[in-house]
Design a protein around this ligand. Structure first.
Ligand code: NAP
Ligand code: ZN
Ligand code: ZN
Length: 351
């Protein structure tokens, strides 16, 4: 057992502050990782504030983790010391159910072991995330970071990247397909880059008029200001696919109206519930679905795709001491497009 510096929150109304956690000694199949960078996902904010209920405190958030292997257990075959690696939203699962066996561990019937705000497979040991200097993870839940991806720009791929890659792939984003990306935040900006890399025609649907030029810089072909009823009307019934990444409650019926016949709306943002009218689906036989991160195999595929295509996140790197300020800015939508914590700032203060 080793004591590790971290940042934790003690309850939904308490700011994040220095905290010490204990990590297990690496077992036979474990990888000990020195964390270099950890992205700040809006899910961190939802869970720290207990917006989804059942939050476990103290909480050390962080599930967009990139670092270097410091040591491996004796039976570890897939990783070696010094290698660059990543860890995403879960660190274990039952490994035995149909979902686990088909590489969709995020849907494990026993429940995946979340990287934080969850428990290890024993069901009692709390998990602590990447706002810390080191983490110990079973090798089956660690990703290889391909060469050519800068660490700080790769960290957000472990959640924002896979959460958008998976539905874009599954729903066939590609040449000849009109794809709308709703909400231009951490997930949204990755979705724009990935959908463009897949060859789709991409439109950003944003409630922030000021994001127009940023959307174009990211590669989007078009921009629609969703607060402008006239612009929305002009785009009614044209999209094959819309990925909704919005973190706040909003009108799904208005989004569905933008889809053509048989078009698909995929929800990935997790706001509070909002009403849905059957007619929005029925009138053009539209489909409504959701998507949850991605399995280990697909996450590796996404990382390799990003390296091959030169796709990575646009980030603002911060020291951990600024994490509470970053949360406030993320809540106001003032981030381009992902905050990433440099964990050197935590090592330095505790040396
Ligand atoms: P983010 O960076 O904060 O971006 C959210 C975006 O939502 C904002 O940039 C903004 O885009 C839009 N938005 C915010 N407030 C709004 C409002 N009041 N009305 C309309 N639009 C608003 O968050 P993120 O990290 O991308 O995460 C987005 C959501 O996905 C969160 O709910 C998160 O928990 C969820 N998530 C889900 C999964 C999954 O597996 N399904 C994985 C990760 C995250 P515009 O200014 O462009 O409108
Ligand atoms: Zn996330
Ligand atoms: Zn399982």
């Amino acid at each position: 057992m080793a004591e590790i510096p971290a940042y934790a929150t003690q309850g939904p109304r308490t700011p994040l502050a220095p905290f010490t956690i204990v990590r297990r000694e690496p077992g036979l199949h474990d990888v000990l990782i020195e964390i270099a960078f950890c992205g700040i996902c809006h899910s961190d904010l939802h869970q720290v504030r207990d917006e989804w209920g059942r939050s476990i405190f103290p909480m050390v958030p962080g599930h967009e983790i990139v670092g270097t292997v410091l040591a491996v257990g004796r039976e570890v075959r897939r990783f070696r010391t010094g290698e660059s690696v990543g860890v995403g939203c879960f660190v274990d699962s039952c490994r035995n159910c149909e979902a686990c066996r088909s590489g969709e561990e995020q849907f494990c019937s026993v429940g995946m072991c979340l990287t934080y705000n969850g428990y290890e497979r024993d069901g009692v040991t709390p998990t602590y995330g990447g706002y810390s200097t080191r983490i110990v993870v079973d090798e089956n839940y660690v990703l290889h970071l391909p060469e050519g991806l800068p660490h700080e720009r790769a960290a957000p791929l472990l959640c924002a990247g896979i959460t958008t890659y998976s539905p874009l792939r599954r729903e066939g984003a590609g040449p000849g397909r009109r794809v709308g990306i709703m909400g231009l935040g951490g997930l949204g900006h990755m979705a724009v880059k990935l959908a463009k890399a897949m060859g789709a025609e991409v439109t950003v649907l944003s409630h922030s008029a000021g994001k127009r030029s940023g959307a174009k810089q990211l590669g989007a072909d078009h921009f629609v200001h969703t607060a402008d009823a006239g612009q929305l009307k002009k785009h009614a019934g044209i999209f094959d696919l819309i990925l909704d990444t919005v973190s706040a409650s909003h009108d799904y019926n208005g989004v569905l109206d933008l889809l053509r016949r048989d078009g698909t709306l995929v929800l990935v943002g997790v706001p509070p519930p909002a009403p849905l009218a059957a007619g929005s689906l029925i009138m053009k036989r539209r489909r409504l679905t959701g998507s949850l991160i991605g399995g280990i195999r697909e996450t590796q595929e996404m990382l390799d795709f990003c390296a091959a295509q030169g796709v990575a996140a646009d980030v603002e790197v911060i020291p951990i001491q600024k994490v509470n300020e970053a949360y406030d800015r993320m809540e106001r939508g003032d981030v381009h497009y992902r905050f990433v914590i440099d964990l050197a700032s935590l090592r330095e203060t505790t040396r």
